[in-house]
Design a protein around this ligand. Structure first.
Ligand code: G3P
Length: 221
């Protein structure tokens, strides 16, 4: 399963990229707003740091605007995936951009039918928002299962990109289902790295090594 980071925060992107963990990045206008500053400079930097796919989202609402924006966004790099909303105009833009060889991520997917339609429009990725479904009292992970099952019956090349991930258990469940990608807020990836027993175990190893050195002063000689 590929891991994308769901952020426009350059510090986090560099931190996890240096660990070799990142297969790509997803951004959206809210994430850009959260970081402040010049979004164009951020997009240029992110696309240069990350070799894998970087989703940059359009803000036009009509298909021709989305297509034009998508072409401009691709100028940031060959790794740019144009993110369009799951609307009739979004699918029209998806069809057009995909036919021109520009990969598209269809976002704001909340039902299996929406994922099916986005795949038929040629999307490279569909982004179901599982956390927001959970928040609304539905089972977000069930949607991932449904999409996975539906896609397995056909020869779509569309990848399931699990978005709106809120905690590490979401990641385990998505991996067990066989989702292609999870996109993670930095905080979730931080939590996945840590376990209290790892911390305690390391402290014990280091303390025992200090004891060993005390008992054998020549050890470092
Ligand atoms: O990738 C989509 C994601 O950013 C939405 O997450 O937490 O705002 O529902 P959230």
């Amino acid at each position: 399963m590929k891991i994308f980071l769901d952020t426009a925060n350059l510090e986090s992107i560099k931190k996890f990229n240096d660990m070799g963990l990142l297969d790509g990045i997803t951004t959206n206008p809210s994430l850009m707003y959260k970081e402040g500053g010049d979004p164009k400079a951020a997009m240029a930097e992110i696309t240069s740091i990350i070799k894998g796919d970087v989703s940059l989202e359009v803000v036009s609402t009509d298909s021709s605007g989305m297509i034009e924006e998508g072409r401009h966004l691709r100028e940031y790099g060959e790794n740019v995936v144009v993110k369009v909303p799951m609307t009739p105009d979004g699918l029209k833009a998806c069809k057009s951009l995909s036919s021109q060889g520009i990969p598209v991520n269809v976002t704001l997917i909340f039902s299996a039918n929406q994922a099916l339609l986005a795949a038929k429009s040629g999307a490279k990725y569909v982004s179901p928002f599982i956390g927001r479904l959970d928040d609304a009292g539905q089972d977000g992970m069930h949607l991932i299962q449904e999409i996975k099952e539906i896609f397995s019956h056909y020869d779509f090349r569309t990848q399931i990109l699990v978005a709106s991930v809120r905690h590490p258990l979401h990641v385990v469940d998505a991996a067990k289902i066989g989702a292609d990608v999870v996109t993670l807020p930095p905080l979730v990836l931080d939590k996945m790295l840590l376990h209290p027993l790892t911390k305690i175990g390391l402290e014990n190893f280091l303390a025992d090594w200090e004891k060993l050195k005390t008992e054998n002063p020549d050890i470092n000689a």
